[in-house]
Design a protein around this ligand. Structure first.
Ligand code: GDP
Length: 450
């Protein structure tokens, strides 16, 4: 399995971290290819929980190379915080490599992200306000600052100066907005008002201070900066496996998701080639990770969303709160219309179904098999037009639930027959084999299917 991509098959938070961690055992190198520190992977190892926002999940294997590819946007302050956090817990980060071509999230990106969301008011997208979207926008505008720029003070200063110039108007508007908010909040609440709009101390936007600060980040990151595409080629050419680890998920893809309620990069499998620097032929397997139900964070269409007792069961038993933001996730039944779409658009070869244990105790399990449009038409495939998707209601098949606590199951035969029937139904309609099933958060709480 030389090149293997792992993607989210739904709306994110499917448990890609754990699946990557398990498959990484057989790989030589693990590469993140898109997104930024808006991702949040959780891995539980020997009862200890690790949360990663930027660093690839494979970092817990000291002998494997972990890379942050050119397609990722990274906030150097956050990355250094993650590196320090891992070091404090005794994890060796010597094998972490960072693409010299990855773009940097600068302090003004974070401010602009927050300001943009506030400006949109009720129409806000629910971004994580970490500056990811504005950073990708600057990349497309050719105003981006890249990791390699941290190593040359003259270049860095000139690039920051150019990037800042085009943002003066927006930043001026932001400071007016900030003053207004502070005035409204009164003296005592100044701090709270500042936090509400992501206020950063102004010196961080000063050209000189920002350059100095980033040069010091460059010194610290320098041992990790590398030509990560070449590292991928060398590993693949030696016949060894590279895992391309996606963040977010298919239905949040900038081009193929539920635009505009999407992320600002392409999490689908094809993007691994661009975001890591390999060719399509280098990819042999694509694993999609889906929960046994569905969740979504933030705004946007979610046809199978439920707010009844079953939805609360999923929320509570599944601890459906965001790793990065702590936000409550919206919950619903598994959506096979959307899953079939994800299978096709990613060229998926295998499925990993996570959190099956969470459904234990529900009397009936519902599976969305098609949608009905507002006009009454039956839709077997995922609608490309947003108005149709917004008006679509799912049609369900019902399957018997299972009562037992399945967290101790380790073989398919250990699973209750209803759970097996549920998986077989999903596999049949999705059209790809389920190779792995999660029955609990622990690394060992997994069933490898035959
Ligand atoms: P990711 O961003 O796709 O890696 O997903 P997250 O890490 O945000 O969310 C997955 C959460 O589910 C984490 O807290 C995992 O520990 C947990 N998890 C993963 N697989 C399973 C599973 O099979 N069962 C249960 N109960 N929890 C799981």
């Amino acid at each position: 399995m030389p090149g293997l991509v792992i993607v989210g098959a739904q709306w994110g938070d499917e448990g890609k971290g754990k699946v990557t961690d398990l498959l990484a055992e057989r790989a030589e190198m693990i590469v993140r290819f898109q997104g930024g520190n808006n991702a949040g992977h959780t891995i539980v190892r020997d009862g200890e929980e690790f949360k990663f926002h930027l660093i690839p999940s494979g970092i817990l294997y000291p002998e494997k190379t972990c890379a942050i590819g050119n397609g990722v946007v990274l906030d150097p302050r956050i990355l250094l915080g993650e590196i320090d956090g891992l070091r404090r817990r005794g994890v060796d980060v010597g094998n972490l490599k960072i693409s010299a071509n990855a773009h940097l999230i600068m302090p003004y990106h974070v401010l602009l992200d927050t300001a943009g969301e506030l400006k949109l008011g009720k129409l806000s997208l629910g971004t994580t306000r970490r500056g990811i979207g504005p950073c990708y926008a600057d990349k497309a505008l050719r105003l981006g600052i890249r990791v390699q720029d941290l190593l040359d003070e003259k270049i860095l200063r000139a690039k920051i100066r150019t990037a800042l110039a085009s943002k003066q108007q927006a930043l001026r508007e932001l400071s007016v907005q900030r003053r207004k908010l502070r005035k409204e909040a009164g003296e005592g609440d100044r701090e709270a008002a500042g936090q509400a709009i992501g206020d950063a101390p102004d010196p961080r936007l000063d050209l000189h201070a920002m350059t100095e600060e980033h040069i010091s980040y460059g010194h610290r990151l320098e041992p990790h900066i590398a030509d990560t595409a070449r590292l991928c080629w060398d590993t693949l050419d030696a016949g060894k496996t590279v895992i391309f680890e996606g963040a977010q998920a298919t239905l949040l893809d900038l081009d193929h998701g539920t635009y505009p309620f999407v992320t600002s990069s392409n999490p689908i499998a094809g993007a691994a080639t661009v975001g890591a620097g390999v060719g399509p032929n280098d990819i042999e397997e694509v694993w999609g990770v889906a929960k046994a139900y569905a969740t979504r964070v933030g705004a946007g269409p979610f046809p199978t969303e439920i707010e009844d007792a079953a939805g609360r069961h999923m929320l509570e038993r599944g601890h459906e709160y965001g790793t990065t933001t702590g936000r409550e996730r919206r919950c619903g039944w598994i959506d096979l219309v959307a899953l079939r779409y994800a299978v096709r658009i990613n060229g998926m070869t295998s499925l990993a179904i996570t959190k099956l244990d969470v459904l234990g105790g529900l009397e009936t399990l519902r599976v969305a098999v098609r949608y009905r449009s507002r006009e009454g038409a039956l839709l077997d495939s995922f609608p490309y037009h947003q108005s149709i998707l917004h008006g679509a209601t799912p049609e369900y098949e019902e399957l018997p639930g299972f009562d037992a606590d399945i967290s101790g199951c380790r073989k398919a035969a250990d699973l209750p027959s209803e759970a097996r029937a549920y998986l077989e139904y999903i596999e049949e309609l999705a059209g790809v084999p389920i190779r792995l099933v999660g029955v609990g958060p622990g690394r060992d709480q997994v069933v490898w299917m035959d």
